[in-house]
Design a protein. Structure first.
Length: 233
């Protein structure tokens, strides 16, 4: 008999009748009748440029508005939350790694990792700082005191990943995490993301053009003109 549920690994995404349109455009940007991703699953979202990958990530993280009941995370309709509630929900549950990293210049790598946490808390507990150091170290990034503007793109990507993982999210979402990295760094980042997601028992959703990255994940969907053309697992 099971008495305990590990809440951290329960985070199911359910998309139903998702339809995103823009004024004066006949075709929807995104049209997904039904899609489900279970907790802990690793998904690649493929598709040509303009097929809707980023729009999908924005929709499921509440970064763009969506009609009620179209995106549910464990039966929570994040699009029915207020803007600040949605921000807090995202901070608590999602580790977001955006295309251009969105790091803050003038701050060190460590300060960048801690920044989202420091926005929400008066003080940063030692345990949180230790986790920030540990995440950077796990990724072989051994210069936490370097200013981010002096880092290479591969190093910036590691800082962005550590920042996304600091709050122990249940879901990691990455938009083109290997774009503009050379092959070696792309492979390193791919392996890191997968290993960290597995170790931390997170779901992983990655929008990518990188077939090597996509092949390394267990599930794939292919978008074309805002629709899922095929699923592959
Ligand atoms: N706010 C908006 N208004 C009108 N069109 C938009 C808006 N946002 C996105 N689009 C259009 O929606 C389509 C999908 O864009 P999206 O960025 O999701 O594609 P993508 O698959 O992520 O592309 P890429 O691989 O180049 O990053 C594009 O044609 C884009 O121009």
């Amino acid at each position: 008999m099971r008495f305990f549920v590990n809440y951290r690994i329960v985070m199911q995404l359910h998309i139903q009748q998702l339809n995103i349109t823009v004024p004066n455009q006949e075709k929807p940007l995104l049209s997904i009748p039904d899609f489900q991703l279970n907790s802990g699953e690793h998904l690649a979202i493929l598709g040509p440029s303009g097929s809707g990958k980023t729009t999908l990530l924005n929709a499921i993280t509440g970064l763009i508005p969506v009609s009620p009941n179209q995106v549910l995370w464990d039966n929570t309709d994040i699009h029915q939350l207020s803007a600040s509630q949605c921000d807090n929900w995202r901070f608590a549950h999602i580790g977001l790694i955006m295309q251009n990293f969105h790091l803050t210049t003038g701050l060190t790598a460590l300060e960048n990792v801690l920044l989202p946490y420091s926005f929400r808390h008066w003080t940063i507990p030692t345990a949180v700082k230790q986790r920030a150091y540990a995440l950077l170290e796990k990724m072989d990034f051994l210069a936490p005191d370097r200013l981010v503007e002096s880092l290479s793109r591969g190093e910036m990507q590691r800082v962005a990943i550590a920042r996304a993982l600091l709050s122990k999210p249940k879901v990691i979402i990455a938009d083109e995490p290997t774009a503009s990295l050379d092959q070696k760094n792309g492979q390193i980042i791919t392996a890191l993301l997968k290993d960290l997601a597995t170790q931390e028992k997170c779901s992983l959703l990655v929008a990518t053009h990188d077939l090597r990255l996509a092949d390394s994940l267990a599930l794939r969907i292919y978008l074309q003109d805002g629709q899922i053309q095929y699923k592959d697992d």
